[in-house]
Design a protein around this ligand. Structure first.
Ligand SMILES: [Zn+2]
Length: 436
């Protein structure tokens, strides 16, 4: 049994002082306030629950700094992304993902939803182990001390009624039935959830969406939804319906579904996501990087769709920035302030995020929950004088303010460094190996 003492910690009841927690088997066994530290490990600053990064493509991290000033649109960026994807092997992907997950952990992220479609070797050939790439991602998360939901993604078309290009062939099992039989070979564990995903309305034909939705009936189910205006236009053209309407008709929407981006929606679409209690996973730093647009976060929340957050392409890995971006983007769109409270945004980044990944027992500092603790410093130039409140965390702090991280009871980040990984050096080496 290990004990941690927090000078200040965010509990379900609010910020409390002098909080002593004990941990056994990766979960909190007691939480006491107004207690002396004794010989517990001391965590200073403000201690938060672990953050959940609900949408990640680990290999996109290799594009950071290489594509940001290019002119063009989303589709131009995709070409560069495909070039990097074509270089990866299970060995190099393991090293890259380990470094990227290390960066996430340093940012206070204790669980990741990896939207995984890079399953196969070039040309679509199976590796000897058909799940070699997914297994490499699971090993990478484990080796840094992070939980993972592997959202194995069905991706069988290059667009509606369009063939896959040469790189996209690596993403495809051929059809949803073959995808399902490969995914059935994967198994979860206490720290690993196997979830399902369809890439998008572009990547999976309408008649195969139902098979993806029903393949893992109790698991998280994710899909990119209406990220681009062009995607909506193609869908309307082919099916006479919006992407959200197609998902509704194919049985894709429910309380285990996450609609990623949910940017360009009609009021009917918002109602469908809300009435089905599907999550809306916003990725604001990626959406701004790719010039996607601003999704209707307030309308979705008010309709009944819980918000979650992801760093997606990893142009930035900082869930503090993602949290405040939801409110700040809404201000730009509406020319009014005060749409989201700090507590609501933190709930998206913690308890709702973990729940959308299938970790229903994480995201809060309470007895029985998974023992994740994220300490942010209150004496940095960003956080000094801000009061040490929830507003400090959401509207002042950054990933660089994370000092300590305990994930599933393990003290994996101390003094802003990973305890057994030089993350900066690993990122440099892994990205050099992919980009040449
Ligand atoms: Zn994505």
């Amino acid at each position: 049994m290990t004990s941690y003492w927090c000078s200040s910690a965010l509990l379900p009841t609010g910020v409390a002082e002098r909080v002593l927690v004990t941990v056994a088997d990766g979960r909190f066994t007691s939480v006491e306030v107004d207690t002396d530290p004794g010989n517990a490990v001391r965590l200073s600053g403000l201690v938060l629950p672990g953050l959940a990064n609900c949408h990640s493509h680990a290999f996109h991290r290799a594009l950071r700094g290489r594509t940001q000033t290019e002119r063009g649109m989303f589709w131009t960026w995709c070409e560069q992304m495909y070039a990097d994807a074509s270089m990866l092997t299970p060995e190099s992907y393991y090293l890259l993902a380990r470094a990227v997950y290390g960066e996430m952990l340093l940012a206070g992220i204790t669980a990741v939803g990896e939207f995984h479609y890079l399953h196969h070797a070039p040309g679509g050939r199976h590796y000897d182990d058909p799940n070699a790439m997914g297994t490499a991602l699971i090993a990478a998360a484990r080796d840094v001390g992070m939980r993972i939901t592997l959202l194995d993604t069905c991706y069988v078309a290059g667009g509606i009624d369009q063939p896959l290009n040469s790189v996209q062939q690596r993403f495809s099992d051929g059809d949803a039935a073959a995808w399902e039989s490969r995914v059935s070979l994967l198994s979860g564990a206490d720290d690993v959830v196997i979830g399902a995903a369809a890439h998008s309305i572009r990547g999976v034909p309408q008649e195969q969406l139902g098979a993806v939705a029903s393949a893992l009936p109790d698991a998280p189910l994710h899909i990119h939804l209406s990220e681009q205006v062009g995607e909506n236009a193609a869908c309307l053209d082919a099916y006479g319906r919006t992407p959200a309407q197609v998902l509704d008709e194919t049985g894709f929407l429910s309380g285990r579904t996450s609609a990623v981006h949910a940017t360009h929606l009609t009021s009917v679409d918002v109602g469908l996501l809300g009435s089905s209690a599907s999550y809306s996973c916003f990725c604001p730093t990626t959406e701004r990087d790719l010039a996607d647009g601003i999704g209707p976060s307030v309308a979705l929340r008010d309709a009944g769709s819980p918000l979650t957050l992801g760093s997606d392409s990893h142009a930035v890995i900082d869930l503090f920035e993602e949290m405040r971006a939801v409110e700040l983007d809404e201000r730009l769109a509406s020319q009014e302030r005060g749409h989201w409270s700090a507590s609501e945004l933190l709930k998206a980044a913690t308890v709702d995020g973990h729940r959308s990944l299938g970790f229903d027992d994480a995201g809060a500092i309470e007895v029985g929950a998974r023992a994740d603790l994220v300490a942010i410093r209150l004496d940095s130039v960003r956080t000094a004088g801000t009061g040490g409140t929830v507003e400090t965390a959401v509207f002042a702090a950054s990933a660089a303010d994370v000092v300590d991280v305990v994930a599933s009871g393990q003290h994996v980040v101390a003094d802003s460094k990973h305890t057994n990984l030089d993350v900066g050096a690993e990122l440099s080496a892994a990205i050099a190996a992919v980009t040449g």
